[in-house]
Design a protein around this ligand. Structure first.
Ligand code: FES
Length: 340
C-alpha cells in the first residue's frame, strides 16, 4: 500500500470532524477517510454523526434540515435521530419499522472540536491539545484544507530541512551547520529532540528570542495523524504548534492547527504578530504541498527516496502499518547528526 493510501485505513482512531462552532442549526457535511458523514446536534445538544446517505433512496441527508434534534431527508422527509434510528416516515401510518436506520458513529467534543471514530475506538480517547485553554497560556486555532495526503502534510510539519528553502529567512538561512538530534520511537508515535542554537538572523529568532541562547526544540508525531512542535526558551517562553490531520481522501487533508504559547505577561501582544506570521508560513506549506501532489498525480503515484535526515517520515509509515496490522510498535532511541 502506498504512503498516500495508508491513512484512509485508520478507521479505529479518532479524528476531528468539525469545529464545535460549525455545528449550529444546519447539518454539516464532511468527508472523513473517504467516508461521507453528516453532523448535527441532537435533541440534547450532543454532536451526532451519521453516514450521509438516506436509507430510503440514498439522498444526501446533509442536504436536508435539522428539526427538533433529528435530521430530515430533503426527498421524502424520512427523519433520523442522532443514533441513526428512524423517528418518522411522513407517508407511513404509524411508527417506522425498526429495521429502518442509517449507520451512526461515536463522537466526542472537547477543546472546541468535534471528534469522530468511524470504526471501533476500543478504549482509545481523542487526543488532548497540550495546555489549550489553560491559565497563563494563549491559544488560537487555524483550519486549513491541504491539497495533499495526510502523510505529506505530517512529514512537512515535522521536517526541518525544508524550512531553509520554503520558509527562507524565517527560521534558518543556508549557512548550514551540523546539529545533534535524538530520535525516539515510542509506543504511540515518535519524537526528535534537537540541541540547537536559534539562527540569530532569522525573523522568528529576532522576534521570539531577541537575547539569543539555546533553544529546546522537539518535533513529535502522535498516532493517528498529529504533529506537535515545541520551541522552549527558558522557563517562561514556550510555543507549541499542534496540527491534527483529518484525511479527507488520498490527496486531501483537513488540518486543524492549535497554537498555544506563553510568553510572560506580554502573551496577548505576541499573538498580534505571531498569528499573521503563522498564517504566512502555513500558506507557503500549502503551496509547496499542492505542487508536490500535482507531481505525484502526474507520475501516477508517489516514488519517495528516504535518507537518514528524513527523521520522522519512516516512523509515521511504520506506525500506520503496525496500527493497520494490529501489531505492537517497537520502541527505540537513535542519535543522529543532521545538517541545516
Ligand atoms: Fe430520503 Fe426518500 S431518499 S426520504
Amino acid at each position: 500500500m502506498q504512503e498516500t493510501e495508508l491513512p484512509l485505513q485508520l478507521r479505529d482512531f479518532w479524528f476531528i470532524a468539525a469545529a464545535s462552532r460549525d455545528l449550529r442549526g444546519a447539518p454539516v457535511a464532511r468527508t472523513i477517510l473517504g467516508e461521507p458523514v453528516v453532523l448535527f446536534r441532537d435533541g440534547s445538544g450532543r454532536a451526532a454523526a451519521l453516514r450521509d446517505r438516506c436509507a430510503h433512496r440514498n439522498m444526501r441527508l446533509s442536504a436536508g434540515s435539522v428539526r427538533d434534534g433529528a435530521i430530515e431527508c430533503p426527498y421524502h422527509g424520512w427523519t433520523y435521530r442522532g443514533d441513526g434510528t428512524c423517528a418518522r416516515i411522513p407517508s407511513l401510518e404509524g411508527d417506522p419499522p425498526p429495521h429502518v436506520r442509517v449507520d451512526s458513529f461515536p463522537t466526542r467534543e472537547h477543546d472546541g472540536f468535534v471528534w469522530i471514530c468511524l470504526g471501533d475506538p476500543a478504549s482509545r480517547e481523542p487526543f488532548r491539545f497540550p495546555h489549550a485553554g489553560e491559565e497563563g497560556w494563549t491559544t488560537f486555532t487555524m483550519t486549513t484544507r491541504f491539497e495533499a495526503g495526510a502523510f505529506s502534510c505530517l512529514e512537512n510539519f515535522l521536517d526541518v530541512p525544508h524550512t531553509v528553502y520554503v520558509h527562507q529567512g524565517w527560521f534558518r538561512n543556508r549557512a548550514a551547520r551540523p546539529t545533534r538530534a535524538v530520535v525516539r520511537a515510542e509506543r504511540d508515535g515518535a519524537a526528535v529532540a534537537f540541541d540547537e542554537e536559534p539562527e540569530k538572523e532569522s525573523v522568528v529568532a529576532r522576534l521570539l528570542f531577541p537575547r539569543g541562547g539555546r533553544l529546546e526544540h522537539t518535533d513529535r508525531f502522535v498516532l493517528p495523524a498529529i504533529s506537535r512542535v515545541d520551541y522552549r526558551f527558558g522557563p517562561d517562553r514556550h510555543f507549541i504548534i499542534t496540527s491534527q490531520c483529518t484525511p479527507v481522501s488520498e490527496h486531501e487533508t483537513d488540518v486543524y492547527t492549535v497554537i498555544t504559547f506563553r510568553f510572560g505577561r506580554i502573551s496577548p501582544l505576541v499573538r498580534l504578530w505571531f498569528e499573521p506570521l503563522s498564517r504566512k508560513i502555513l500558506r507557503q506549506d500549502i503551496e509547496i504541498l499542492r505542487e508536490q501532489t500535482a507531481q505525484v498525480k502526474r507520475f501516477g503515484g508517489p516514488k519517495f527516496t528516504y535518507v537518514a535526515s528524513d527523521l520522522l517520515g519512516p516512523h509515521i509509515l511504520r506506525h500506520w502499518k503496525d496500527a493497520v496490522a494490529h501489531r505492537e510498535p517497537l520502541v527505540s532511541e537513535t542519535a543522529v547528526t543532521i545538517v541545516f
